[in-house]
Design a protein around this ligand. Structure first.
Ligand SMILES: *[C@@H]1O[C@H](CO)[C@@H](O)[C@H](O)[C@H]1NC(C)=O
Ligand SMILES: *[C@@H]1O[C@H](CO)[C@@H](O)[C@H](O)[C@H]1NC(C)=O
Ligand SMILES: *[C@@H]1O[C@H](CO)[C@@H](O)[C@H](O)[C@H]1NC(C)=O
Length: 420
């Protein structure tokens, strides 16, 4: 399906205006890429155009769920190239390349996706191009921040897990070398969340593609990350159930946790600098006889137990850790919505793992977690060690926000231990 929501300004931009800011030779060579650049039979070039700084951004196929990735204008003079790679007989990846007039240090940068992929990270690309990087982004093999296209299409899942990134990197480098008449001197990867997981995938399986990788808040241990969302939902139940803890109540728990743990780092500043040293004691909020949330902002014992369980790791049936605990002080982000059904988790299990649109979050159990981990579609867990990276000499920078309520920061520590 194609979406034509943001068509507007392209026609208004006359070639002569763009040409005024862009060297004539660059302008012409960029324009002819669409005709001349033929890297392989499985690559179809869709467009190439030189765009001056300030040109309004236009995309022919922005899925409504991708609009937050769409910038207003180009912030540097670039050549934009767009092509489609057939990654199998039944899947493809749309790739965009931005090649700046001012190619600083001849550097290549691959950018990462977000959530369930499906959105070209145009914002990141435009920023990186303005910093002088020849920048590549791709749609991760499907359109939109949804897993619906995974249903009955295993090749699309494979693209999401790693193949889009790998193919887009390979062909993106060929395009950059072709356009500038010389290969990039250095090649980097940068992404956060799902993009962080993609960076770890490259670090684990194809580190030779990059000199340096930046992986933010990586969604590694992916199946278990989704299972953890399933267990939180199961733990609290739906709104109205005795164990349900509402957004407002979690915000109160957050205040309590900050009171209990702020001092541990030696500074009373309202920030828990080292959540790993924090053991919340939600019992402090237990209602006494005759008290209620409305009258005293307190919780029932069923709710206190649910809160307590959230701060425990999620264990499997043989006592192994499926996923670390909720990080204390991340409550507001983790439970920012009364809806305890997390769309990403639901999508992953119904459209990818079980390939059954009727799978419901009510069906979630420890066996869901164990099953998805055993199947581990195309290596989605992204949990190998870094032997290949070390052998290659590629540098890796990993960071994780300590108040990340969606991807527990303890998962990154867990990975460190796993590798070491
Ligand atoms: C969340 O649910 C509670 C009832 O469980 C309700 O009182 C509250 O208004 C809801 N909050 C929001 C932001 O929807
Ligand atoms: C439970 O987790 C441990 C540690 O990760 C793992 O070795 C074990 O195979 C898991 N058990 C099941 C039944 O999945
Ligand atoms: C709450 O969650 C529902 C279901 O996932 C979603 O549609 C809605 O946009 C969310 N609301 C907010 C304020 O995040």
């Amino acid at each position: 399906m194609k979406f034509a929501l943001v068509y507007a300004a392209s026609a208004a931009l006359t070639p002569s205006l763009a040409a005024a800011a862009i060297p004539r030779d660059f302008f012409n060579r960029c324009g002819s890429l669409v005709r001349d650049f033929k890297p392989a039979p499985f690559v179809r070039v869709e467009l190439s155009e030189a765009l001056a700084k300030g040109t309004p951004f236009v995309s022919p196929d922005t899925h409504p769920s991708c609009l937050r990735h769409v910038p207003k204008t180009y912030t540097s003079d670039v050549c934009r190239l767009r092509f489609i790679i057939s990654t199998s007989g039944s899947s493809s990846t749309t790739v965009e390349v931005l090649m700046p007039v001012d190619w600083k240090g001849q550097r290549f940068l691959m950018t990462g996706n977000a959530g369930l992929g499906g959105c070209v990270p145009y914002h990141s690309m435009i920023d990186a191009a303005a910093l002088g990087f020849a920048t590549v982004g791709h749609d991760n093999g499907h359109q939109g921040d949804t897993a619906e296209p995974f249903l009955n299409r295993p090749e699309v899942v494979k693209d999401y897990v790693y193949r889009s990134l790998q193919s887009a990197t390979t062909v993106g480098k060929v395009a950059v070398a072709y356009f500038y008449k010389g290969a990039a001197r250095k090649s980097y990867y940068m992404g956060c969340s799902t993009g962080g997981r993609q960076g770890m995938k490259a670090a684990q399986d194809f580190p030779e593609e990059f000199d340096g990788i930046i992986s933010g808040a990586p969604a590694i241990n992916l199946n278990n990350l989704f299972s953890d969302q399933g267990r939180h939902r199961k733990n609290m139940g739906a709104p109205g159930s005795p164990t349900f803890v509402s957004v407002e109540q979690w915000a109160a728990v957050n205040e309590l946790v900050i009171k209990q743990c702020d001092h541990i780092d030696g500074v009373l500043d309202g920030v828990v600098e080292d959540p790993f040293k924090c053991t919340p004691r939600p019992e402090r909020m237990l209602c006494r006889q005759g008290q209620t949330w409305t009258s005293h902002k307190c919780l029932t014992s069923a709710q206190v137990s649910a809160v307590r369980r959230a701060y425990e790791p999620f264990y499997n049936s043989t006592g192994g850790i499926i996923y670390p605990r909720l990080v204390p002080s991340s409550e507001r982000q983790a439970f920012r919505n009364n809806s305890t059904t997390t769309e990403y988790m639901w999508d992953w299990f119904r459209y990818a793992v079980y390939n059954n649109p009727n799978w419901s979050p009510d069906d979630f159990s420890i066996s869901t977690a164990e099953y998805s981990n055993k199947v581990d579609l195309y290596g989605a867990s992204t949990w190998k060690d870094l032997t290949a990276l070390k052998a290659q000499g590629t540098k890796l920078l990993m960071y994780h926000g300590l108040q990340d309520g969606l991807i527990s920061a303890e998962s990154s520590y867990q990975y460190y231990e796993h590798v070491s």
